[in-house]
Write a protein that binds this ligand. Structure first.
Ligand code: CA
Length: 223
């Protein structure tokens, strides 16, 4: 049974999520403050965390930062009443795997949670697959629909990063920080140049690009 930690300070919402997730077959632990959420999350053992952004003591982004700083890779679904591009980028940059804007339908939360749990399993595999592209992490080989594609070291790193976040938007800031190890790259067009190089090598002739542009945010490798 997958174990989920729910961190939410609105008692009614917390009870609703707890009951709904239990009926859907999850084992649920709850916390009503950011402090308790961080303590439980850091103790580990969860398959996913549903984390509200606005919380007392520590807010959701601070809880997330504490988890990631401790090397805790648990997938996190951020709940937020905020929905501007800046907020979304801030949430993704802080290490959230997905976000859901309040008010949301419980069925959508369940669907996103299932997707996060599936991705958690993929991350442990030595071969990543997305949009007809196969990335063999051990042999560092890439193929598209069965034919091998030669990539440079940097192209490979960029593709691996996009594949680990497949189906989710990745910001230029994340790519600068995690692929180039230099946040200043987000400000240059280097990221864009490399994305276009990858597109040239991977996109099917005449078909839509495997790497979509997410306006105002960055890029997304299709699933
Ligand atoms: Ca709240």
């Amino acid at each position: 049974m997958p174990r989920v930690l729910v961190v939410e300070d609105e008692r009614k919402v917390l009870r609703g999520l707890e009951q709904g997730l239990r009926s859907a077959g999850y084992e649920v632990s709850t916390a009503a403050t950011g402090g308790d959420g961080a303590r439980l999350g850091l103790a580990g053992g969860f398959d996913a965390v549903v984390l509200d952004w606005m919380l007392p003591e520590l807010d959701g982004l601070q809880v997330l930062a504490a988890l990631r700083a401790a090397g805790q890779p648990v997938p996190v679904l951020l709940l937020t009443a905020r929905d501007t591009v800046d907020d979304r980028v801030a949430g993704l940059d802080a290490g959230a795997d997905d976000y859901l804007c309040k008010p949301f339908a419980f069925t959508e939360l369940l669907a996103r949670l299932r997707a996060l749990l599936r991705r958690g399993q993929t991350d442990r595999e030595a071969v990543l697959r997305a949009a007809g592209v196969e990335i063999d992490l051990l042999r560092r080989r890439v193929s598209r629909d069965g034919s091998e594609v030669a990539l440079t070291h940097r192209e490979f790193e960029l593709l691996e990063y996009l594949a680990r976040h497949k189906g989710r938007p990745v910001s230029r800031e994340m790519l600068g920080r995690d692929v180039w190890k230099d946040p200043n790259y987000a400000l240059t067009n280097v990221v864009e140049v490399y994305v276009n190089l990858l597109r040239k090598k991977l996109d099917p002739p005449g078909g839509p690009s495997v790497i979509a542009t997410v306006r105002g945010v960055g890029y997304r490798l299709e699933e």
